[in-house]
Design a protein around this ligand. Sequence first.
Ligand SMILES: O=C(O)CCC(=O)C(=O)O
Length: 561
Amino acid sequence: MPHRYNVKGSHMVHYIWSEKVEGMKVSRIRFQDINLQKPSWLAAKHSPLPPADRDYTTKAPCETCTSCNCTWSHVYAAGWMCLNEGCKEHFQLDGDTCTDLTWNPVWMNERTEWPQHIIPPFPLKPTPPLTDSNVPSLEEETSLSCWKGMVCPKCGRCNSRTKWDEWKCLNAACDFELPVTHTVFPARALVEKHGFEFQGQAISFDKCYAPVTKRETEWPGLWRHSTYDIPGGNVVSHFHANAVINQQPGGANEILEALQGSKLGMERFSMGNASAEGLSLVRHFAINYGMPYKYVVSVDSKPFSEAPPTIMNIVNRLTWAGKKVVNDGTYQQFNELLCLGYFENQSIGVSPITLTPLFHLLIQPTITNNKRHNQYHDDGEKDLGPTIASISIGGEAIMTIRMKAKFYFYPKGQTPETYDPLADIEPGTQLYKERLELARLYKAVQKQDEEMDEEEEEEDNDTQERTSPRRAYLRAKTALFAALANDKRKTAPVILSLDLKHGDMVVMHGHPLQARYEHAVTPKGKLRYGLTCRYVKPGNIPLAERWKGDFGIRAEDAYDG
Ligand SMILES: O=C(O)CCC(=O)C(=O)O
């Protein structure tokens, strides 16, 4: 085989059945070559051509199972069996499970004729989409077909799309490269169908649930600024842009055009710990500027001094947003920017479909059904400052925040006997109200016990009187544990959902926010950039690299909303 993954030919499904091997039911599929003009790719070397005249009429005999009424061919030499895994007669021969798996030679030789008028629905070897039309379309530049991969037209290797600005064959011995010059689409083209742009201050479609509380909205300039407090001193701040802000010089519209027009060199990086053979790529494209920062994968960092003006413009704007939120004098100047790029159906994180372009083809329906991989993550690396600011450019996205399961579902493994009703109860955790109520009832029991003990010293008291609060407490505890056992969820509910539109900025502030909560950003549409600034503590960064995060913004150039 020339490559680890190869596209070899089209096959038709000839037969599907279930076998029983050592007590396990194994599904089997028999394929048959469609192209009979040449020896099969799996035929021994120098095999003769397949016979021109095939016998399509001789078939192995069939029988119908008296138990499930399914009809099956004589697949095995040992005799006829029911091959329906759901049937009680499955794989039974003379009252025993069959163990001789030799094929019936007649069945092995039977062939089904491929209806010649039916042409395979898509090319087996996807090539890079060729943009030969005069009308540029997002479809041709960022749709799923632009990143699900290609078979190299030169050497036949199956390749993932790793670079934003080109198709490149990853076979070291092959030099196939196809640069992609992206069309610059205006913001209008990326707005959702029936979407609209706000001319005045934006309307907020954010949703927040307990324990999040929303603060009074502020109006810096034309921005709408919504602030959400999360217990533990954490803040999530949403700066909603509008059309006027986005149209200003240096605004989101210019940023969008500049990002599309410049070859930033964004790449999909390898995870390096693939559980299967081949490349295991993250699902988004990325490039890092300033201090090196490792999120999921290590991304090489370019110094800010080499960053295009639009990147520094974004740092400038995010600095404004960061200072607005952290206005108590503790703001630490950002020194890193991670630029993420998303084509259609991409989102942050590890791709479950990292193997081959064909794999992508097979899994495509799953993606389009929106069954996405887990995008939740935190930015809680120990070398990061507590403030993280990001700007959303292009297509819309939803940002959601939830508590990490290990904090939400406490206490794992406890029983009614070991449960401490007075242990710290954190707002927003599973059955928070019920736990609070239990703590209250428990305190009532304690109080009553103390009072009764005092009285008992004076006179003998009826113990019946002690039972009422205790009964209420025990009832509540039983109900709490029944509810805990009943809760089959694996993840905590979303407590904050932000509707991110083109030009919106979000600031997250607070170490506990990253330690106890996680967030996900799910892009909609076909093209989006998410650019995030952080403060990376220099301590663990090699001296020779620290200068990469240096930059200065002249006071008169500082963005002020
Ligand atoms: O805005 C985005 O696309 C993702 C930002 C994000 O979640 C992150 O950088 O941690």
